[in-house]
Design a protein around this ligand. Sequence first.
Ligand SMILES: [Zn+2]
Length: 191
Amino acid sequence: MICPVCGRELRIIVTTYEVPFFDKVLLTSISCECGFRHADSIVLGEKEPTRFKIKINEKNLFAKVIRSTSGTIRIPELGVTIEPGPASQAFITNLEGVLERVANIVKTLMRWNEGDEEKIRRCESILRKIEDTIAGREELTLILEDPFGNSLILSDESFREVMSEEDAKNLKTGLSVIELTGLSEEEISRI
Ligand SMILES: [Zn+2]
């Protein structure tokens, strides 16, 4: 396989994960000397549009999350949606790792919106809720939807359902990366 950026030969690494109650998960990581990288996850076996839901609390922070390039993450209490974009990469993390990702994005937004009190207050309230959840004072809901069934939350506490075709069709698989209610498109596109 040839690098789409520079034309050199790509380095391809495939890692297989054995996942309880599921088939195997393949993680592919492609990289090139020029710096081009791409990662994705593929769940082998039955493929259905899937939605996972879990209440994040201090006890399940280490539950694994596998998010493929087609996975959409929502945290309704925070008004946060992370959607797939053309540059999105698969990642394996845990629930705490997802919260940390969101916190980092929110901190970046705060720097860009210095002086805008309303937005700063909203960002601060998101950060507080994340902190409170990690400390066990609050719970947040994490929803992970994937029209191709390649994303998973690995926990006994997670609820898995097959999505309706209509819901699955409404998921983005194209442009746009993150939406925070109350922030303009322009700010979002800079992330
Ligand atoms: Zn290259």
